[in-house]
Design a protein. Structure first.
Length: 295
């Protein structure tokens, strides 16, 4: 059996989280049309009879303009160094731009095999796929170029078979049945954050955070208290909504998905807290085990 770590890199919204969910066959990474939705390194574990592949979902690489952006890039660069092979995802519906060239520039300093993955091919005519391949192939010495649709799961099996060629280990890192390195509490917090981003559209920035304050477990149910953390009172008002309508809607959508994830009846109590200073956010998040984000 061959095993190894495969890093997913690319611009924000290239489809990395959608791809890892499609490969694993379960939702372990949240998705949103807002940039920088992924804020933590999430490992998705794929097993078959021949291999164990650990796919590392990372924040989208971009030129940072604030502390959070610098942190997200740091996380992505870490995964590049730690992986055996890199998948560079691009969105074929977008023009080759400064963001892609910025990543290609960074790749020049990384001694790794790189596979170019052209995502979202379901959204363009077939003849344009060849044009996209021609556009990218001379920009970097890619080991392979694979067109896919992560959303439609087109050509995913081909991508997996190609990845197997670059596995370097024969040590099984995770037990059969494991699909991610993240605990259930983390997945729950991310589901809630995803619903906040979904229902508030452009009103609330990606810096919103959700943490699990308390979980009471019984045989058939979960009682969960979670806090949504923002840095301005105006954002708190948006998330709560008129008469509490928005927070109720967020809770309803999140609860249904958490029940699907856990297979248990869920009682969810959502709080919204304003913590204005970054150092106070760091302290608060660290107290609840979010040391990665607070670093």
């Amino acid at each position: 059996m061959k095993t190894g770590f495969i890093g997913l890199i690319g611009r924000p919204n290239a489809g990395k989280s959608t791809l890892i969910n499609s490969i694993i066959g379960s939702k372990i990474a949240i998705t949103s049309d807002k940039p920088q939705t992924t804020r933590n390194i999430i490992q998705g574990i794929y097993n078959d009879k021949e291999s164990q592949m650990v796919f590392i979902d990372t924040p989208g690489i971009h030129k940072p303009t604030h502390k959070l952006g610098s942190y997200l890039n740091k996380e992505a660069y870490y995964s590049m160094e730690d992986a055996d092979v890199l998948l560079f995802l691009t969105d074929v519906t977008s023009e080759l731009g400064k963001g892609d060239k910025y990543i290609l520039e960074k790749l020049q300093n990384v001694q790794k095999d790189v596979i170019l993955v052209l995502n979202k091919i379901d959204k363009i005519p077939k003849e344009k796929i060849l044009l996209k391949i021609d556009e990218y192939k001379d920009l970097y010495d890619f080991k392979e170029i694979v067109p896919i649709s992560a959303l439609k799961k087109d050509n995913i099996d081909t991508l997996l078979n190609i990845c197997k060629k670059y596995l370097k280990d024969d040590i099984k890192y995770f037990e059969d049945g494991m699909i991610t390195n993240k605990p259930t509490e983390f997945l729950i917090s991310e589901i809630i954050r995803e619903k906040v981003l979904l229902l508030t559209e452009e009103e609330v920035p990606h810096s919103v955070t959700c943490i699990i304050e308390k979980i009471e477990k019984s045989k058939n149910s979960l009682n969960i208290i979670a806090s949504i953390i923002v840095d301005r009172d105006s954002l708190k008002k948006i998330i709560v909504g008129k008469g509490g309508a928005k927070i109720k809607q967020i809770g309803t959508l999140a609860r249904k998905e958490i029940e699907t994830l856990t297979g248990k009846k869920v009682y969810l109590d959502l709080l919204v807290k304003t913590i204005k200073k970054w150092r106070d956010q760091e302290k608060y998040l660290s107290e609840f085990g979010f040391n990665d984000f607070a670093s």
